[in-house]
Design a protein. Sequence first.
Length: 479
Amino acid sequence: MSESGRLMISLTLFTSFVVCVNAQFNYKEALTKSIIFLEAQRSGKLPPKHRPPWRGDSALEDGKTVGVDLVGGYYDAGDNVKYGFPMAFTVTTLAWAAYFYKAELTSAGEMKNVLDGIKWGTDYFLKASTFRNRLFVQVGDPVSDHECWMRPENMKSSRKVLEINTNRPGTEIAAETAAAMAASSIVFRDVDKTYSRSLLNAAKKLFQFANDYRGTFDGECPFYCSYSGYHDELLWGATWLYIATKRPIYLKYIQDESTAVIVSEFSWDLKFAGAQVLLSQLYWEGQKEFQTFRQQADGYICSVLPESPYHQAFITPGGLVHLRDGANAQYVTSTAFLFSVYSDLLARYRMQVTCGDKHFTSVQLMHFAKRQMDYLLGNNPIKRSIMVGFGRNPPRQAHHRGASVPVLAPNEEVNCGMSFVYWYNTNKPNPNELTGAILGGPDRQDRFVDSRVNSSYTEPCTYVNSVAIGVLAKLAIHA
Ligand SMILES: *[C@@H]1O[C@H](CO)[C@@H](O)[C@H](O)[C@H]1NC(C)=O
C-alpha cells in the first residue's frame, strides 16, 4: 500500500500546534455518516425527522416487567439487546470526542448531533440508575433474540431486565457508567448546567457503588464478558470524575489504588490506555504527580507502532491493526483515536515519544492514525470501503436485523423460523442502507467477505463508530 500523503505542521496563533495532514477522502462525509449510524442504533421513541428514515419506534415497554421506565438507549450491534456495558463505553468515548475535538466538531457542524447522541445514552442511564447501589444493565434476552431475525420495530422476543446491586455487584459496568456520566457532564456544562449537574451526581453515586461493592458481573456473558477485570474501569471512572470535579478522593484513587500497566489495546473491555492518555494531558497541563501515566501512555504508543522496537500489536500485510477476529474495526478506530489525541498533545507541548533508541513525533503518530482510518475508508488491498454507504464498493450485507429486514406492513405477522429464510440466508443486499456503519472488517490476511452470515466481517457495533468520531472530526478539519 502506498501512502503518499505528505505531512506538515502548521501553527495556529494564540492557541497551540495543530498537526495537518493531506486529505485523501471526504472525511467530513465520513464523519456525518458515522453519526447517522449511531442514530440507527437508537431504541425507544424516536424524535421527528429521525435519521435514517427506515427506523421507527421500538421497545416502548422496556422495563415494564420490573416497574421501571427503561425505554431508550442503544442497541449495541446487529441484534436487538440493550447491553449496558458497551453502551456506556460508547457514550464515554463519544463524550471524549466532544470534549477534546469540540472546535473541530463545531466547525464541521456536527456538535449538535454529537450532543444529541450522548444525551440519547445519558437520558437512559439516568433512568437506569435512579436507585442507589442498583443499576439496570441489560434489557432483552440474547437467547430469545437470536432465535429470531427481526427488526426491533416488530420484535416479539423477551425483554428481560438484568440489574446489578449490592448482592450481585458489577464493578466494571458501574464504573464504566460512572465514566460515561462524568465525561458527559463535562460536555454539557456549557450547554445545560442543570442537566450536567444531574449527570455528575449520578456519576459520583455510580463510582461509589462500583468501588464499595467490588465484583465482576457475568450476566452479559458470553457477549460482553469482562476479561480484563475491573481495575481498568475503576481507574478510567476515577479519571473522568477527577477531570469533572478535581476532588481529592478521585485523585487519591488514581494515585494510591491504580495499577500501572502497558497495553496495546483500547476497547470496551480494556481502558487503561485511555486513562493514561487523559492523565498525560493533565500531567502536561501541570500535574506533575501524573508523570508515570505519561510514561505508560508512551508505552502504549511504543507497543502499537510497527516501527517501534517494542511493538506488540499485529498489523496485517496491508497495514491494518488486527487484534482479533470479530468487530476488529473497533481496535482500528480506537487506535486511530488515541493516536490522534496523543499526537495533538505532543504537538501542543512540543514533545516526542521515545521507544528504545527510536523517537516518534506528533506528525508520525497522526500519520499512523490517518493510515488506519484511510484503510477503513478504502485505501486497502481489497480496494473497497468498509463503511456502509461511503466511498468505493462499500459493503451491502451488514449483519444487522434492522437493515436487512424491510419495513413491514402494520400488523404483519412474521414467524421467527421464516425470518431467517426471508432475510438472513438470502445473499441479497440489505433493503435498508445502514449508512455510516463501520463493519467488523478484514481478517489477518486483509480478506473481507461481504456476507451477512459471516458476522465477524460484517457486523457493526456502536463503539466502533463512537471512537471514530473524534479522529474523523480532526481529519475533516485539518486534512
Ligand atoms: C462464511 O460463513 C459460512 C457459513 O457459516 C461458512 O461456511 C464460510 O466458511 C464463511 N466464510 C468465511 C470466509 O469465513
